[in-house]
Design a protein around this ligand. Structure first.
Ligand SMILES: [Fe+2]
Ligand SMILES: [Fe+2]
Ligand SMILES: [Fe+2]
Length: 427
């Protein structure tokens, strides 16, 4: 299992991009905040290991808001931190709750929790001044700078106003020393042009890839995929355990087909991340009861495109990306979004498609109970007859019906500490 090693930056970059998915594409807030943090940290001469932690936290800092497009929109619409009052802390608390249980990311939890904490206190954490982690204080400044940049206008025309705005909060909202650092390092045009240049992001990621951090193993990737499955499943209570169930059923089917231990771990990860692109779909569409209208269906059809385009960028994820993202392609070539057909749909992909449909039909939804075996069988064999899904896999599924059904039921019964059903602290 441990021969599967990937550079953490390769994975974190993609996760960071997934946090910026919208109906229109990927926004760069996390990446730009991380670039600003790195510039400030370099200017201060902070040791590389602290910079690593800072940049990782910056790349993920708003993950607590990822499951709600409206919350994300509020955070980015303008610099409304002071108007939002204590609600600004909701996503920071939610991000903390997600990260603290993660084996790989738990060191980032406190940094994320306090990334909106004011220097002069009054924060839910009870911290103020230097008791707030340095990384949180840097992210706080960088995050607000990024929100103040209007991407519709040339950035160099805005620097005076932004610097004035940040300086006006020196010693109240922000650490005075860090405001000075920001003002010093933002004195060059290149500082601003780098932040605003999507092409510069490639260079940024190349630089931080060479920091020499410890590789992620397959079990590290599984830990992180579990965390992201929680984000995906939190988008809607309608599908609160969907990713875990699909992952479990697909892994069970893969075992029937003799997948090796490594391949079974890979398909488990693919299942956990198969709907990653759903972070681009507004909650209102995912929660709509009844039929979607054509415009809404257009947006839904984007989700597996983003799952693929994100996952394929991760080192060693070629197979995982295909198994995860082609679950709405069909053997007859009428699926989406690549119009793949039988010849280009590998076994892992076909298994995922069958697992996804089975779970969708058998899981309980708030507005209906899961279907019974007979109904599920009728629907799935009808799809096999119409050359949508692989009949042999459907046979294997129903040979193991109790196991598969049990996986769905036990995911639904699982305590939800990883799925973070608890309400946001300040909501
Ligand atoms: Fe935030
Ligand atoms: Fe942010
Ligand atoms: Fe899907």
């Amino acid at each position: 299992m441990d021969t599967f090693q990937i550079n953490p930056v390769s994975l974190i970059r993609v996760l960071s991009m997934s946090l910026g998915l919208t109906m229109e594409g990927v926004n760069m807030h996390h990446i730009r905040t991380a670039m600003l943090c790195k510039s400030m940290a370099e200017h201060m001469g902070i040791p590389t290991d602290v910079q690593q932690q800072l940049v990782q936290a910056a790349l993920l800092h708003d993950l607590g808001a990822a499951s709600s497009q409206s919350e994300r929109h509020t955070l980015l619409a303008a610099d409304r931190e002071h108007e939002l009052g204590t609600t600004i802390y909701s996503h920071a608390d939610a991000g903390y709750a997600l990260l603290r249980d993660s084996r790989c990311f738990s060191p980032l939890a406190d940094i994320v929790r306090m990334h909106h904490d004011r220097w002069d206190g009054g924060n839910p954490s009870g911290c103020s001044g230097n008791a707030i982690p340095l990384e949180s204080r840097i992210i706080h400044v960088a995050d607000r700078v990024d929100v103040l940049i209007n991407s519709q206008r040339p950035v160099l025309g805005q620097t005076g106003d932004i610097c004035y705005n940040i300086r006006s909060r020196r010693g109240t909202q922000f650490d005075p020393l860090l405001v000075d650092v920001f003002l010093e390092c933002s004195a060059t045009e290149s500082f601003w042009l780098d932040v605003n240049n999507p092409g510069y992001a490639d260079l940024f990621f190349r630089q931080i890839s060479n920091w020499g951090q410890k590789s992620f193993t397959l079990s590290d990737v599984m830990d992180i995929a579990e965390l992201f499955a929680s984000l995906i499943d939190r988008i809607s209570p309608f599908t609160a355990t969907h990713s875990r169930s699909v992952s479990g059923v697909a892994t069970m089917l893969a075992a029937q087909y003799g997948f090796s231990e490594t391949e079974r771990s890979m398909i488990r990860i693919a299942g956990l991340l198969h709907d990653l692109g759903k972070l681009s779909v507004p909650n209102t569409i995912l929660e709509k009861r009844g039929k979607l209208d054509p415009a809404e269906f257009c947006i839904i059809r984007q989700h597996t495109y983003y799952t693929y385009r994100l996952l394929e960028q991760i080192d060693r994820f070629e197979a995982i990306a295909e198994w995860a993202a082609f679950h709405h392609e069909t053997l007859d070539g009428t699926g989406y979004p690549f119009k793949k057909s039988a010849g280009s749909l590998p076994l892992g992909t076909r298994i995922m498609a069958v697992a996804d449909i089975f779970v969708a039909l058998s899981e309980n939804r708030p507005y209906r109970d899961g279907l019974d075996r007979e109904s599920i069988e009728r629907i799935m064999y009808d799809m096999a007859d119409r050359n949508k899904i692989d009949r042999r896999i459907v046979d294997v599924l129903f040979d193991n019906f109790q196991k598969a059904y049990g996986i769905v039921r036990s995911a639904e019964a699982m305590p939800h500490e990883k799925q973070l059903r608890e309400p946001h602290a300040a909501a």
